[in-house]
Design a protein around this ligand. Structure first.
Ligand code: GAF
Length: 388
């Protein structure tokens, strides 16, 4: 499937610019096994890059102008590299403007280029197409002009580009998009940015994503608000327990003891974060020891917390998780990513995948009148050059 996308992108480039691209870059989306909304809370997360990608084709054009074409949107924009970079009403262009902005702020020198890209990462599904866009674009410019930017700095600059667009995200998505490895999940310590790869061996279970096909519009404002609520809660915790540097140093009973000093919302957010950090550690151990049922149970607990304590779920996602709870073949399920729509991630007993997909689709259609999509997950590598 990716070969078709790659050839489409290269052919389009050739038609537009009359020559083969100098560099072709593949940049993946991500899944997250567990550890949601804790990357910006200095926790641990357990994501992986997937085999759904954005393909970029690049060449230098010996000018000060860059021309960027989005095949899937049938749209394009030009950017004068000498000008100030400003936000534009075309949202998709802002992720790329944000990258140019970052390169300029950090003093990198480069010239004009032509770029064509196309994607098979579903947008708005919680698979992080925006991180793939920022990081792949940055990776390509780095390769084209030999800027010598380290992978971790590509991820950090991608994250800053996303902040510039308006989402105060953590580092998980960009990190996975750049540093993913085939058949590995990455345990990232989001406080120190140290990381370890663990085998993505789910034994008798397949990872399946169910795409609710909805994206509720409050995502950006609610996401940023959650981050503020956590900051407010952490300040109260630190005031009372000066030895606490961040949520991971804090116990459930310490948070509980401060319930009266916090608003109900702030308390629930903090309580969730402390428990979720603990769940990731346990989940990673369970994965290493082949205890996939334990991992599945932790995923259900995460969903419960995201729904009731962190309040980032929605009716459609709660429905998808609640329904599979009564299926013997599904041992874990939860909403994945920022929430308010997008996908659930599920551990489904091998051999039962088609049956579950069919039944869930019918029930979902009956309840919401919306088509349920599903994706079989294959864990792929981080951003890379395509060898032509
Ligand atoms: C979004 C953000 F971009 C990530 O940084 C992360 O916070 C995630 O939501 C929730 O875990 O994907």
């Amino acid at each position: 499937m990716n070969e078709i996308l790659i050839h489409k992108t290269i052919n389009h480039f050739q038609e537009k610019f009359g020559s083969a691209p100098e560099k072709v870059v593949l940049s993946p989306g991500r899944i997250n096994i567990i550890g949601e909304h804790i990357d910006y809370n200095d926790g641990y997360v357990l994501p992986a890059a997937i085999d759904k990608i954005i393909c970029f084709a690049f060449e230098k054009n010996n000018s000060n102008q860059s021309r960027i074409i989005a095949i899937d949107l049938d749209d394009e924009f030009e950017i004068d590299l000498a000008d100030l970079v400003e936000l534009n009403e075309k949202v998709w262009t802002n992720y790329l403007r944000g990258v140019i902005n970052q390169l300029k702020i950090n003093g990198f020198v480069f010239e004009g280029f032509n770029c064509v890209f196309s994607s098979n990462i579903p947008v708005g599904s919680g698979l992080s197409s925006s991180a793939a866009l920022e990081c792949g674009f940055l990776y390509g410019i780095n390769e084209l002009f030999n800027l010598d930017i380290k992978p971790i700095d590509i991820a950090l600059m991608g994250q800053k580009a996303e902040h510039w667009v308006g989402i105060n995200c953590g580092i998980m998505d960009q990190f996975s998009s750049v540093l993913g490895q085939e058949n590995k999940v990455i345990k990232i310590d989001c406080r120190t940015l140290e990381f370890e790869y663990h085998d993505a061996n789910f034994k008798d279970y397949s990872l399946i994503l169910f795409d609710s096909n909805v994206k509720h519009s409050l995502f950006t404002s609610a996401y940023n608000k959650r981050r503020e609520e956590c900051e407010e809660g952490l300040a109260i915790i630190k005031n009372n327990f000066p030895e606490v540097g961040s949520f991971r140093d804090c116990s459930k009973s310490q948070v509980l003891s401060l319930k009266d000093q916090m608003s109900e919302e702030v308390f629930k957010r903090c309580y969730f974060v402390v428990k979720e950090i603990g769940r990731v550690v346990k989940a990673c151990e369970a994965l290493d020891n082949g205890k996939i049922e334990v991992l599945g149970q932790l995923m259900f607990e995460t969903h419960e917390g995201l729904s009731k304590e962190y309040e980032v779920s929605c009716d459609e996602l709660d429905f998808l998780v609640n329904i599979v709870k009564s299926e013997e073949a599904v041992i874990g399920s939860r909403l994945m990513g920022g929430g308010f729509g997008g996908c659930t991630i599920n551990l489904v007993k091998k051999g039962h995948e088609e049956d579950i997909k069919n039944r869930l689709s019918k029930l979902y259609d009956h309840a919401f009148g919306i088509e349920l999509k599903n994706y079989d997950v294959k864990i792929g590598k981080g951003a890379s050059l395509y060898k032509q």
